[in-house]
Design a protein around this ligand. Structure first.
Ligand SMILES: NC(=O)c1ccc[n+]([C@@H]2O[C@H](COP(=O)([O-])OP(=O)(O)OC[C@H]3O[C@@H](n4cnc5c(N)ncnc54)[C@H](OP(=O)(O)O)[C@@H]3O)[C@@H](O)[C@H]2O)c1
Length: 251
């Protein structure tokens, strides 16, 4: 991969593992410095080491993205460290798989809170640092569940469909600034979030049957896509959503 993000600073939430870690490493490979946001400081340190091995700097910033105070501190600390932000990836997210009549309000609010208002808080914090430069990239981790759904996904689908709407609205606000806002909608990927499905032989089989390509996605594929969407070559892509799902939504 070329060093086409040299000189850029990227903030990636949920960088302690899974898709966020893969995107952080892909950005580091492309030459960007990366602010790694999450709660698990040990895992963030591991991602920082992977960024260093990929040839650039990754720095951990511990924060709960649902907390307005934590996000305000991350903004202050990232700007103090790097002086700028060019790329923001709203990737942190959670899922609770339950039927609607089994959800407590706290569980419902925790899914919505981690997946939707978090993106608003991060954008409100960092968009002012992107404006006025004529270039910026915001990626929101939506989902195939923004487009289609399954039983037991009401809170998750609601949050991810909301994030898709947020992506389009923010793209309209920021297009005149040269800031592209794009959703990435993964299908099922082999990450910790899906361990309960992958470790259940029957559910694993059901999922593999529903994926036309017959395999779970690999996080590195998301890293490659994210690095492309943040390159100059993708500067006319905004207000849309890229499905990367092995064919799931084409059926
Ligand atoms: N894997 C898939 O198949 C798939 C499919 C579609 C969409 N997605 C979306 O892609 C994103 C990443 O998924 P993943 O599979 O990589 O999940 P994962 O392995 O469970 O990782 C989730 C990440 O989000 C962070 N996070 C969660 N709540 C947070 C909070 N309140 N504050 C700060 N960080 C928080 C976690 O960090 P800490 O624990 O360190 O806080 C972790 O780094 C999510 O938004 C998910 O909904 C995933």
């Amino acid at each position: 991969m070329s060093k086409n993000l040299e000189g850029k600073v990227a903030v990636v939430t949920g960088a302690s593992r899974g898709l966020g870690r893969a995107m952080a490493v892909a950005f580091a490979k492309a030459g960007a410095k990366v602010a790694l946001v999450g709660r698990d400081t040990g895992k963030l340190a591991e991602t920082a080491a992977l960024c260093a091995a990929a040839g650039s700097e990754g720095v951990a910033f511990s924060a709960d993205v649902t907390s307005e105070a934590d996000v305000a501190k991350v903004e202050k600390d990232v700007i103090a460290k790097f002086g700028r932000v060019d790329i923001l990836v709203n990737n942190a997210g959670i899922n609770i798989r339950k039927n609607v009549d089994e959800f407590t309000l706290d569980e419902w609010n925790s899914v919505i809170g981690a997946n939707l208002p978090s993106a608003f808080l991060l954008c409100r914090a960092f968009v002012p640092h992107m404006k006025g430069k004529g270039w910026g990239r915001i990626l929101n981790m939506t989902s195939i569940m923004s487009h289609v759904s399954l039983g037991g996904r009401a809170a998750y689908s609601s949050s991810k469909a909301g994030l898709l709407g947020f992506t389009k609205a923010l793209a309209m606000e920021l297009a005149p600034e040269g800031i592209c806002v794009v959703g990435i909608s993964p299908g099922p990927f082999a990450t910790e979030m899906n361990i309960p499905l992958m470790n259940n032989a029957e559910l694993n089989k059901q999922f593999l049957q529903k994926i036309p390509m017959g395999k779970w996605g690999q996080p590195e594929d998301i890293g490659t896509l994210a690095a492309y969407l943040c390159s100059d070559a993708a500067g006319f892509i905004t207000g849309t959503d890229i499905l990367i799902d092995g064919g799931w939504t084409a059926q």
